[in-house]
Design a protein around this ligand. Structure first.
Ligand code: SF4
Ligand code: SF4
Length: 474
């Protein structure tokens, strides 16, 4: 027995019988589309160019997940830069909050790579091969999924997705590595080959199959929308006061300006009807604005029945730029981003961490001396090689062995060297001896740290007695 049909459409991309409703939006040329084309192609150029741009000898952007190092605009953040990265991440989040409060989902509609590639690369190719939205719908109706035109489109999609996958991966491993994977034998680097293949398939599936589902189901931003926007945020909105009651026909007596032509619906890439108000699926792409403006032109009405406005303005409550969130977000952004810039400009030329022993806290030699082992981890933040020397002071009887000192560290790299410190057991007070560890490259960096060596606990009187006995023997 067939499942009972849902009472009306539940989702814009779901038919009442539960099957996928494929969207073949009709393109709408107009003033907003022209602006978006310029922005989109500028962004496509930027997205593709970024992995090839170098600043101070470093990529403009490299998210090296394996080494947990992130490079932005020529500055590398090392795994130890937790505070810096946290401040940067919070700044970005506050920036998104502020942009949303002011201009709604401007990122989704104008700049998100998903929208930009889908609407300005993949969909135009689809229209070219399938004969526009009508041709695509015809193929859908006739279920000609393997029609030669569709297969040809898929072949072009595959090449494009492969290129985008390589570009995307270059953000994480660098362009040289991607080229090495691309042109080397798969046998020589099976993991790299698998990563490239899987990313290409993911891109192809995203732009061929998932499409608007990525925005509506996978991306959390739309779901945050109700929290990020307020009544005064700029959104793409239908002026219901002017448009309602909607109705077809030349006789407009008692009717609003909406002629119920559905042009705003058939052009929508997420399949919604903007006249139903602000919806989670609306990515604020402005296509319905162009579609409706063209209709208004035809029927001799002023443009802007669908326009950038706010819910407060549409309800006749005026425009309010200054609101709690448009004051608080910039203040919070200034504080957090200011702290980030301060930290960034005041960080040392090296990042040094003293790491305790991995096993036992100390060892006892047959002669009773105590051996401590610790490690010095050095991250070189400068742009040149530096050799770091380690010195330990604080006890005249101390013997220090640092077999790797001086340790050469490449720019942006992190290296670790072991240090062995031997002391007579008597030099420990309550099982502890504090020493000073100095690390220096003799030029850009010198840092001194206190380190507590561990030793055996013994009774203080015993120790003094043994020391006195030692004196008597002399
Ligand atoms: S309702 Fe308009 S602005 Fe929103 S996604 Fe659809 S076409 Fe774009
Ligand atoms: S395009 Fe404009 S006139 Fe046509 S249905 Fe949409 S809002 Fe109404």
């Amino acid at each position: 027995m067939a499942a009972p049909a849902a009472p009306g459409r539940v989702l814009p991309t779901l038919n009442e019988d539960g099957t996928r409703r494929w969207l073949r939006p009709k393109p709408s040329s107009g003033a907003w589309y022209s602006r978006r084309v310029v922005v989109a192609w500028l962004l496509i150029f930027v997205y593709i160019a970024i992995p090839h741009i170098y600043i101070n000898g470093k990529p403009a952007m490299l998210l090296d997940l394996q080494r947990r190092e992130f490079t932005f605009v020529g500055t590398t953040f090392l795994p130890t830069d937790t505070l810096l990265l946290m401040l940067l991440a919070i700044s970005v989040v506050i920036g998104v909050f502020l942009a949303s409060a002011l201009a709604g989902r401007v990122w989704c509609g104008w700049a998100c790579p998903q929208t930009v590639y889908m609407e300005f690369v993949y969909r135009p190719i689809e229209r070219l091969f399938e004969g526009g939205p009508r041709g695509s719908l015809q193929l859908d109706r006739e279920m000609k999924h393997f029609h030669p035109r569709r297969l040809a489109k898929l072949a072009v999609y595959f090449v494009l997705s492969s290129f985008l996958a390589h570009t995307f991966l270059a953000y994480f491993v660098g362009w040289d590595q991607v080229m090495h994977w691309a042109f080397g034998s798969p046998n020589a680097h099976p993991v790299g080959f698998a990563i490239v293949t899987m990313t290409t398939i993911a891109m192809l599936l995203d732009f061929t199959y998932f499409r608007e589902q990525t925005c509506m189901v996978a991306c959390p931003y739309g779901r945050w929308q109700s929290a990020l926007l307020d009544n005064d945020s700029l959104i793409v909105a239908y002026d219901y006061n002017r448009g309602e009651p909607r109705g077809k026909g030349k006789d407009r007596t008692g009717k609003g300006d909406c002629v119920d032509c559905q042009a705003c619906v058939t052009t929508c890439p997420t399949g919604i009807d903007i006249r139903n108000g602000l919806q989670m699926e609306c990515i604020h792409c402005t296509q319905c604005m162009d579609a409706c403006d063209a209709v208004m032109d035809k029927v001799g009405k002023p443009k802007g029945l669908i326009r950038y406005s706010s819910r407060a303005a549409l309800a006749g409550k005026g425009k309010h730029f200054l609101r709690t969130r448009t004051v608080m977000y910039p203040v919070a952004f200034a504080v957090v981003f200011g702290a980030f810039l301060y930290q960034l400009t005041h960080k040392d030329a090296a990042d040094v961490t003293l790491l305790g022993p991995a096993g036992a806290p100390f060892m006892l030699e047959p002669n009773g001396n105590v051996v401590n082992q610790f490690r010095v981890r050095v991250a070189n933040r400068t742009g040149t090689d530096h050799a770091y020397r380690v010195d330990v002071t604080g006890d005249d009887d101390m013997k220090v062995i640092a077999p790797l000192s001086p340790l050469t560290v490449k720019p942006g790299h992190t290296e670790t060297m072991p240090v062995f410190v031997t002391l007579p057991a008597d030099d420990f007070e309550e099982g502890v001896k504090s020493v000073k560890v100095t690390i220096t490259d003799g030029a850009a960096y010198t840092g001194t740290f206190e380190y507590r060596l561990a030793g055996p606990m013994h009774d203080t009187d015993d120790r003094h007695e043994r020391r006195d006995r030692g004196k008597d023997h002399k």
